[in-house]
Write a protein that binds this ligand. Structure first.
Ligand code: G1P
Length: 298
């Protein structure tokens, strides 16, 4: 993928209460999915889309995140002396992925507030936002498609995915009209976490956004919404309601593989799925599930 001059923003300042006590002294973005912290998958996804500048919005327990993307010369030295090049590569990979910056969110006032904290770093440019609860399979590129659509139509672009209507209350939901392109819709309205009865569709926002800098001005005046938090969805709803502000708001409908790590059960499922896909772990794990685990379940 050729270099893209846009920056990525990864909000990672949530309290992670669903994973307590694991997240008592560690951000939830550092929970390992197989053998990599969730946030590393997200940074790798941004890098695969051609982005080399990543801003992480951090909360408490920021040290684990900062250390993960930093060099650890002592460990590198030990592995070098042992001649363990494969582990050495794995250790060095996360510190050479991209130019990673950190800013503190301060008060945890919601996703919209976290994104607003990126204003100074991003400046007057289009940028990408990636949420760590959603992992997108590297074989099904989404972000580069969103950036292309944004550039071609000078649009704000949100990633959407069809979910079961019983799940829509967990997501931002989009009211859409088709466009000429099969995977692109125009967003007429957005609502944060509606009930199934109120939801205008079963198209959920999954955590990828390509935003224009006008979003910052809108966020500055966005009132707290659902859960008393400043919601990114509400700011996007304002843009969708008035194309004069920043052009159209479009949705790219993703039909690829997505792994949810937002709650414990989905996190476990995602870890197993991703491990099954790996050449070094998959065959043995599959055999164990089939031969030893499955018989105990029936
Ligand atoms: C956030 C957004 C929501 C979006 C979701 C995707 O919610 O507010 O609109 O659908 O991420 O994961 P959260 O899951 O952080 O509560």
């Amino acid at each position: 993928m050729s270099h893209r001059s846009i920056k990525a923003v990864i909000p990672a300042a949530g309290l992670g209460t669903r994973f307590l006590p694991a997240t008592k002294a560690m951000p939830k973005e550092m929970l390992p999915v197989v053998d990599k912290p969730a946030i590393q998958y997200v940074v790798e996804e941004a890098v695969a889309a051609g982005i080399d500048d990543v801003l992480v919005i951090i909360g408490r327990n920021k040290n684990a995140l900062a250390n993960h993307f930093d060099r650890v010369t002592e460990l590198e030295h030990t592995l070098e002396q042992k001649g363990d090049t494969s582990k050495l590569e794995r250790v060095m990979h996360s510190s050479s992925l991209a130019d990673i910056h950190f800013v503190r969110q301060g008060d945890p006032k919601g996703l919209g507030h976290a994104v607003l904290r990126a204003k100074k770093h991003v400046g007057n440019e289009t940028f990408a936002v990636l949420l760590g609860d959603d992992l997108i399979d590297a074989r099904d590129p989404l972000l580069s498609r969103m950036i292309d659509v944004s550039q071609a139509q000078s649009a704000t672009v949100v990633a959407l995915m069809e979910v079961d209507s019983s799940q829509i209350h967990l997501y931002g939901c989009a009211d859409v009209v088709p466009t000429g392109e099969p995977d692109v819709v125009r967003i007429k309205a957005l609502v944060e976490k509606p009930s199934a009865a109120e939801a205008p569709s079963n198209l959920a926002i999954i955590g990828r956004y390509v935003l224009k800098p006008e979003i910052f001005e809108v966020l500055e005046t966005t009132e707290p919404g659902k859960g008393g938090e400043i919601q990114l969805t509400d700011a996007l709803q304002e843009l969708a309601g008035d194309e004069q502000i920043a052009g159209p708001v479009l949705g790219v409908v993703f039909r690829g593989r997505r792994y949810d790590t937002g709650d414990r059960l989905d996190y476990l499922k995602s870890t197993i799925q991703l491990a099954l896909d790996r050449d070094d772990l998959g065959p043995e794990l599959a055999a164990w599930i089939k031969d030893e685990l499955t018989p105990t379940l029936v």
